[in-house]
Write a protein that binds this ligand. Structure first.
Ligand SMILES: [Fe+2]
Ligand SMILES: [Fe+2]
Length: 285
């Protein structure tokens, strides 16, 4: 991926690595162990959030939902889809040590090692599949980044909230009140989230996926809620119960990097059965 004005990050991973510096692993490792940031790296992250917060408007989200949730772009057998996702390799960032596939497999293996149900393992394997949006030409700021509700006031719990000053919704009376187009505690299913890989993979895999898994996929980048509780006023009781699972998933996403890659040859039969149990043979994009 070449850095340009729409895509300031040297790679998508830089966003996740920045999340790690905000939420370092408790107890074990200091943040320096994960990544040493030089200032230019930081600047690309800031620029990335500036674009994300400027352009993720209510109208933009509705447009992308209409465009992508028809799933009429491509159909691929699931194992081919992983290869497709992995073409998102990045040679401009010498520090990127994991490809997309390794991150997915390491996440799912960490979940499996802790004895969680098999669909939770599947969530680990699938959770970033939505990043194929980049391969369909979407800019980084419409694929990754912390997600947040659109159509109502932006919480100051969202990272770099000052960049919302450039978002037109900030000045639109329909969208800039606490509840905006929503009702108090209306439930997140009624709320539109900023567009990105979470909503896309949730919609892509929701049939057959247990609801706990659907929540984990759909809200795994919603740090302003699952870490910061900036949107309690939109959640209903059911969301609150389900967010326990979203919280359970997050450490596996952030802290499951291991030095030795899992032995895929040995693992393959397990994952083939797992995928066949919950997902159709071909994924629609
Ligand atoms: Fe993700
Ligand atoms: Fe991830």
């Amino acid at each position: 991926m070449k850095a340009d004005t729409q895509n300031p990050l040297p790679s998508l991973d830089v966003w996740e690595e920045d999340v790690l510096t905000r939420y370092p692993e408790p107890f074990e490792k200091a943040k320096e162990d994960y990544r040493n940031y030089d200032e230019p790296g930081r600047d690309t992250v800031r620029e990335f959030y500036r674009l994300n917060h400027t352009y993720q408007t209510y109208d933009f989200v509705r447009e992308k939902e209409a465009e992508y949730l028809k799933f009429d772009k491509k159909e691929m057998p699931i194992w081919e889809a992983f290869d497709f996702l992995n073409t998102l390799v990045d040679d401009s960032d010498p520090d990127t040590d994991l490809d997309q596939w390794q991150h997915l497999l390491q996440t799912s293996e960490a979940i499996r090692a802790d004895g969680h149900p098999d669909w939770f393992v599947l969530v680990g394997l699938m959770h970033d599949m939505g990043k194929v949006l980049c391969l369909f030409g979407e800019p980084q700021w419409a694929v990754v980044g912390d997600t947040f509700p659109v159509g109502c006031a932006h919480s100051d719990k969202i990272v770099y909230p000052e960049y919302f000053a450039a978002n037109p919704d900030t000045y639109d009376e329909r969208y800039n009140t606490k509840y905006g187009v929503y009702e108090p505690n209306c439930g997140l299913n009624n709320v539109h989230m900023s567009w990105g890989h979470d909503e896309y993979v949730y919609q892509m895999t929701k049939h057959g996926m247990p609801e706990e898994g659907q929540y984990m996929l759909r809200y795994h980048s919603f740090y302003a809620q699952h870490r910061e509780h900036g949107y309690d006023h939109l959640l209903d009781d059911h969301d609150r119960a389900m967010f326990e699972w979203v919280k359970k998933f997050n450490p596996y996403d952030l802290y499951s990097k291991v030095p030795t890659p899992p032995d895929w040859k040995k693992l393959r039969p397990y994952y083939e059965d797992l995928v066949a149990k919950y997902l159709p043979g071909a994924l629609k994009f």
